[in-house]
Design a protein around this ligand. Structure first.
Ligand code: UDP
Length: 244
């Protein structure tokens, strides 16, 4: 962390944030379903300045075979940041952070994916972060859901994700990189909008119980905004003229 401009005003007297947004306003979100010819399903997301590509492969045979499960399919997720995705070049070797985020995203997707329909197989989700600007795990999770749907993997619901947080003593939606570095609180949330269930909840920071409840509500409301954009991405590909 670090590197924040100490003179930056995080929230001005009119309730406007450092990047011009209102407290309940997400960054610009664009999702495109499909795009990778060699993948079974794919999606590309721009979430503010985050740019992330996801490819889904499977259900397919598991090698080595003993890693498979005779009762159910398995989900494998790899979250990877390109060395050029951040200001200070990232070492291309998998970091502990990438291993942790891969696990977090896998566990957030599992409740939505009907893996029991594909015993002995694996569904692989490859996440490539091309440009990072705070909130990549949520953006990647939202794009991975669209890519799984694009691959035709049966799902109980989509998982939509966004972070809520606390900035200048105020609960806000979609914490950006500068706000995250100011460090009051950042709470990534993954949510299944139809089943009304949270599948990811992390908290970095300190909140009162009241602020915590408000943060969850703001995050869940934000996930519903993301969900509409996920649905539109799939509709554009399958029912509109955005297909390929
Ligand atoms: N980041 C970075 N270098 C790294 C890892 C992260 O510059 O090696 C930046 C990147 O912009 C990322 C942000 O720090 O989005 C916040 O990272 P965090 O671990 O909180 O995860 P995220 O918010 O991306 O889910």
């Amino acid at each position: 962390m670090g590197g924040r401009d100490a003179t930056m005003v995080l929230l001005d007297e009119n309730g406007i944030r450092c990047d011009g947004r209102k407290v309940d306003e997400p960054r610009r979100i664009m999702i495109k379903a499909g795009g990778l010819k060699n993948a079974d399903g794919s999606a590309y997301i721009e979430f503010g300045d985050n740019k992330i590509l996801v490819g889904v492969f499977g259900p397919r045979d598991v090698h080595p075979k003993h890693m498979s499960n005779t009762d159910t399919g398995i989900l494998r997720v790899r979250y990877h940041m390109e060395p050029f995705s951040v200001g200070e070049r990232k070492n291309p070797a998998p970091s502990r952070r990438e291993i942790e985020i891969s696990k977090v995203i896998k566990e957030a997707l599992e409740p939505a994916v009907m893996l029991d329909k594909f015993p002995r197989t694996a569904v692989d989700v490859f996440i490539e972060v091309l440009q990072a600007d705070g909130g990549t795990r949520c953006a990647a999770l939202s794009a991975a859901s669209v890519a799984l749907a694009d691959a035709g993997i049966p799902m109980r619901d989509m998982v939509a994700a966004i972070a809520a947080g606390k900035v200048a003593d105020t609960i806000v939606l979609d914490v950006n990189n500068e706000e995250d570095q100011a460090g009051q609180a950042d709470m990534p949330i993954g949510y299944m909008p139809n089943l009304e269930k949270i599948t990811l909840l992390q908290l970095d920071g300190v909140l009162t119980p009241e602020e915590y409840k408000k943060c969850v509500q703001v995050g869940v409301d934000g996930c519903k905004i993301v969900y509409d954009i996920q649905k539109k991405a799939l509709q554009d590909k399958y029912f509109g003229n955005g297909g390929d």
